[in-house]
Design a protein around this ligand. Structure first.
Ligand SMILES: [Zn+2]
Length: 161
């Protein structure tokens, strides 16, 4: 496992890094996700553009179980994250990269692999997780169905009789 991404090792020939992590490997992700044991599939492609700009093209796949903001139940979010990042020495270097690159001005020699992946996942995480169906409404309907006496129409019916 590559602990740190070292920019001096990037060459014009792309280097592919493949690893399957677990959600619990990412401290900051475990603060918001509850399926700690599930896999995080990571594919990172390191290359040097124009002989000087370290670039990472990547794909991260995971299933994130978040808390639904409507019903507080678990809601699954399948994340399939694709990104292209270029680490620049200055703004001018950005001109060498296509517009779909995320451009970061960066002067350190290396970054933590875990922290880099964490940032990419957090940027793609929904701000407010919610079930795609009307979960709150459904729960109430369910409650009424199981408790027929609580149904206001049932009361109406008994008054009529
Ligand atoms: Zn819900």
């Amino acid at each position: 496992m590559v602990e740190r991404i070292e920019f001096c090792k990037f060459t014009s020939k792309p280097y592919l890094f493949l690893h399957t992590y677990k959600i619990k490997d990412f401290d900051r992700i475990t603060d918001i996700v509850c399926n700690f044991e599930d896999p995080v599939y990571v594919e990172l492609n390191f290359s040097l553009k124009e002989n000087k700009i370290p670039c990472i093209k990547g794909n991260i796949k995971l299933n994130a179980s978040l808390t639904c903001q409507n019903c507080l139940g678990e809601v699954n979010n399948k994340l399939n994250i694709n990104f292209k990042t270029g680490f620049l020495q200055n703004e001018q270097e950005g001109g060498y990269l296509d517009s779909d690159y995320e451009k970061i001005i960066f002067h350190k020699k290396s970054i933590s692999t875990i922290e880099f992946i964490t940032d990419e996942i957090l940027m793609s995480m929904p701000m407010f997780a919610k079930h795609s169906y009307k979960c709150y409404q459904y729960q109430n309907d369910d409650y009424i169905a199981k408790n027929p006496t609580k149904n206001p129409f049932a009361i109406l019916k008994s008054i009529k009789n």
